[in-house]
Design a protein around this ligand. Sequence first.
Ligand code: ARG
Length: 459
Amino acid sequence: SSNQMWGGRFAAGPDAIMEAINASIGYDQRMAAQDIAGSRAHAAMLAAQGIITDSDANTIREGLLTVLSEIDSGTFEFSTALEDIHMNVEARLKALIGEPAGRLHTGRSRNDQVATDFRLWVRDQLDAAEKGLLALISALVDQAEAGADWVMPGFTHLQTAQPVTWGHHMMAYVEMFARDLSRVRDARVRMNESPLGAAALAGTGFPIDRHMTAEALGFDRPMANSLDAVSSRDFAIEFLSVASISAMHLSRFAEELVIWSSAQFRFVTLSDRFSTGSSIMPQKKNPDAAELIRAKIGRIFGANVALMMVMKGLPLAYSKDMQEDKEQVFDAADNWMLAMAAMEGMVKDMTGNRASLEEAASAGFSTATDLADWLVRETGLPFRDAHHVTGALVALAESKGCDLPDLSLEDMQAQNSAITDGIFDVLTVHKSVASRTSYGGTAPAQVRAQVARWKEVLK
Ligand code: ARG
């Protein structure tokens, strides 16, 4: 039998394979609440404009609430033959209220309907992402405050570079996640326009009020061009792009936690709550949550590319290709939210190992730059020459198997006679970090200032 929604010109129903490739109800049922909100707003507007009667609108709006409660309670029977969430809801509405249900689709198409539902869904995810990022930022600020003056190695090329503070390292991620947050907020502003009333592609001759439905659904305004409204998915691609950038930050931090929690580094101890054991090696405590964050991020990047590939060859306006937008966004959103929550949990629970961090901080001649800076400041040597003298002292210490502060004053003076024992004041890691007081530098005083600024923002 032919389709009850669009089967007027069809003598035969679809092949089973056609039904399988065509149906989206398996996943777009996640937009049920948005679909019903959109339809309720549309029905109210149709009545306000005198296009349907108040009594029909009320019956429709009540009936839609019944459908929603059936879906929420799990008693709703989704049908693949009815393709998608839009037709599943409308068919059930018809069964519940009869004839008035057929008036709901006046001046509307599934094309503007799906675009509306999907925007509402993505908007909710942007709001959830904002909350998730704020929670993560706040956990990082707490870590930074606790260890504002703990020293640890700062790396470039993953080789010891200069000592930094634990708090400074945590606050670096705060800055990254804060930019992600600002991208989330920007994307929300740009996407918050209503496609509803664009109808199939050209608008409608019914005297609809698109401003009214836009306002009822929390949009800032109706979209200005009906062709654009039904055929654009850049809002979803922007969501995936914002998610991808933030996921990249999550993945970098996850990678650091994997390295830091190893026996070779011992920089952090992850809590039991965010670790797993091995079924053969009894000593193991594995950073699985961090590893899975690092891995899941690939799905988000993949979704971003996949949706751009879907869209890049589509002529205006709607094409069925666009139905492939939702699974990508759903999967990416789920994994982004999960990764953010897991990272927040790990950060809250983790313990920075102050003693290991400090021990590692002084390894690898990490105060060599401080030595060179001292030569410049105290003896007037040009930096390039000071660099050379320091390099020779590093080579000497290396050959003796000792650290820079362990060299004797005589050894130092053999390289440059102007050196005095004042040099030993700058060779400790604590002196080194305390001296880096330039704005944004690693000195505990700078870190505390940034922590204070963020606590004000988060209040
Ligand atoms: N399930 C469809 C989608 O997700 C709804 C829109 C269908 N429109 C159409 N003209 N067939 O895109």
